[in-house]
Design a protein around this ligand. Structure first.
Ligand SMILES: Cc1ncc(COP(=O)(O)O)c(C=O)c1O
Length: 498
């Protein structure tokens, strides 16, 4: 009897659970999707509704969702010039140009008009065996700014895809030109090159890769050019740079030159905090690449389109790349677009017979993105945004250097409108923070406090503790002071947190 009863109970519980699980959209008793309903009924969507829905449905990138359990998600709703505003109307200076990318500043109507015009003309057409006017015109325009040996453009939708494409092109190029074993890539410690499995393999940040191993094999790391932390035996940055470049040759020999296809470097390495390099470094890398027939890929995802004070940082530092990865600032991020710029040598094997690069992306060179990029570059030219950076970069740095009077500020470095402030425990010894201290300082204090004081920038935790700045290229002395004042206010009490 007892057995029968317990079976019946189980059956009822099973049916109840099934009914619960099948109560879905359309069922009057199902919980309402508030934003869907509000849109349908033409009702106002409130910040509270957005917050609730974001917590329920949105998976944000590179985000510790756990940290928002008892905290509001910052929801940005509006942007104008070099300011962004959250849903509550709070104003922030955009010290990072979105993600190192809104180079021409926010809210430019002419870019919206260019998009609108293109949508009404040719909304979309792929670049797969067909071309369209905006892509053709943009390719030529990019070549007009690029180093003189660059003559070909392969479009993508962003930087990581361009990195991925560069590696695939390098592999196929060598297969088609009688060096089929050349396939490996050398890149630098702590460098970030994207998240797809090939680009992530090239990335030099172990913590970012760990959960996705095994990644695409055949990538190897060499030292970056962190001059602040270079051994004291190096007397000049030039000497250190040549030493660092020679590590590439060492790695090539270790791995066998017949197996190495390419070296990827950023002209100014972002991760770790704006590592610049002496021009001798890039000259030596070029010599090494020539000696062993290896392709030099300059990843200008961030440094491109004026960020360094030249249109491309390759020009600024005299780098002669075989390929240049570009993205972000190409459209000032009003549209997603990437462009891999290449020398004709790399395209040449693809010009004959049935040869083909079996690689591409549906939305690469989207006509609307290309039209916006062209208009964006018109803005660059008409307002001389690159010149603005070149003229004001030294003053920007000098303004930030006032912060050296704070005990926590160890090093301020970078170029153009791209600077990092490295925070240290002891200025004299350059002692850095332990992992728990670093966590407490960056995540527990700085990230939130900077926002609270009205500065959106990055408190970076991929190398040593740095604050990174990459504002729109439109800003000037007034905004440099504004940024310095907020940093001063936030950094002054920072040391007392330990
Ligand atoms: C140097 C570098 N390469 C590649 C990427 C990846 O670009 P995306 O996020 O557009 O794929 C980034 C992104 O910040 C980057 O900084």
């Amino acid at each position: 009897m007892a057995v029968k009863e317990s079976r019946a109970k189980k059956l009822v519980a099973g049916i109840k659970s099934l009914l619960k699980r099948t109560t879905k959209v359309g069922d009057a008793k199902a919980p309402k999707l508030a934003l869907v309903e509000a849109r349908k009924e033409g009702k106002k969507i409130t910040p509270a509704m957005l917050e609730k829905s974001a917590k329920k449905h949105l998976w944000m990138h590179f985000t510790r969702h756990g940290s928002f359990a008892n905290k509001e998600i910052p929801i940005m709703a509006k942007a104008e010039g070099h300011y962004v505003y959250d849903v509550h109307g709070k104003k922030y200076i955009d010290g990072l140009s979105g993600l190192f990318s809104v180079n021409a500043g926010h809210g430019r109507k002419r870019l919206a008009d260019a998009a609108s015009k293109q949508i009404t003309e040719l909304d979309f057409f792929p670049l797969w065996s067909y071309a369209h006017p905006p892509a053709i015109e943009l390719a030529e325009r990019l070549i007009s700014y690029a180093p003189k040996n660059i003559s070909r453009v392969f479009f993508t939708t962003g930087g990581g895809e361009a990195v991925e494409s560069a590696w695939k092109i390098a592999k196929q190029y060598f297969k088609m030109t009688g060096k089929p074993t050349k396939h490996k890539v050398i890149s630098r410690h702590v460098a970030y090159h994207g998240t797809s499995q090939g680009a992530l393999s090239i990335t030099g940040i172990p913590a970012m890769k760990k959960m996705f191993e095994p990644l695409v094999p055949s990538t190897f790391r060499i030292p970056n050019t962190n001059w602040y932390r270079a051994p004291s035996s190096f007397k000049t940055e030039e000497e250190f740079g040549i030493w660092a470049a020679n590590r590439a040759e060492e790695m090539i020999i270790f791995e066998d030159p017949d197996t190495v296809a390419a070296i990827f470097v950023e002209p100014i390495q972002n991760s770790g905090g704006c590592f610049t390099a002496h021009p001798a470094y890039f000259k030596r890398l070029r010599e090494i690449c020539d000696k062993y027939d290896i392709l030099l890929v300059a990843d200008e995802t961030i440094t491109g389109y004026g960020r360094s004070g030249n249109m491309f940082a390759c020009e600024r530092y005299g780098i002669e790349p075989d390929m240049m990865v570009t993205a972000k600032g190409i459209t000032s991020s009003y549209q997603p677009l990437g462009a891999l710029l290449l020398t004709e040598r790399l395209f040449e094997p693809f010009t004959t017979g049935t040869n083909i690069l079996a690689h591409g992306y549906t939305f690469a060179a989207h006509p609307v993105a290309c039209a916006v990029a062209l208009e964006n570059l018109d803005v660059f030219d008409e307002e001389d945004l690159v010149g603005n950076v070149a003229r004001n970069s030294a003053l920007f740095k000098k303004t930030l250097e006032k912060l050296y009077d704070l005990p926590i500020v160890g090093n301020i470095r970078g170029d153009g409108y791209f600077f990092a402030i490295e925070l240290v425990k002891d200025k004299k010894t350059k002692e850095t923070f332990t992992a728990p201290e670093h966590e407490k300082l960056l995540r527990g204090y700085l990230a939130g406090k900077l926002l609270e004081e009205g500065l959106y920038c990055r408190a970076d935790d991929r190398g040593d503790s740095v604050i990174q700045l990459a504002p729109p290229l439109t800003i000037g002395p007034k905004e440099f002071n504004e940024i310095e004042q907020i940093l001063r206010k936030v950094l002054t009490p920072a040391m007392s947190k330990f």
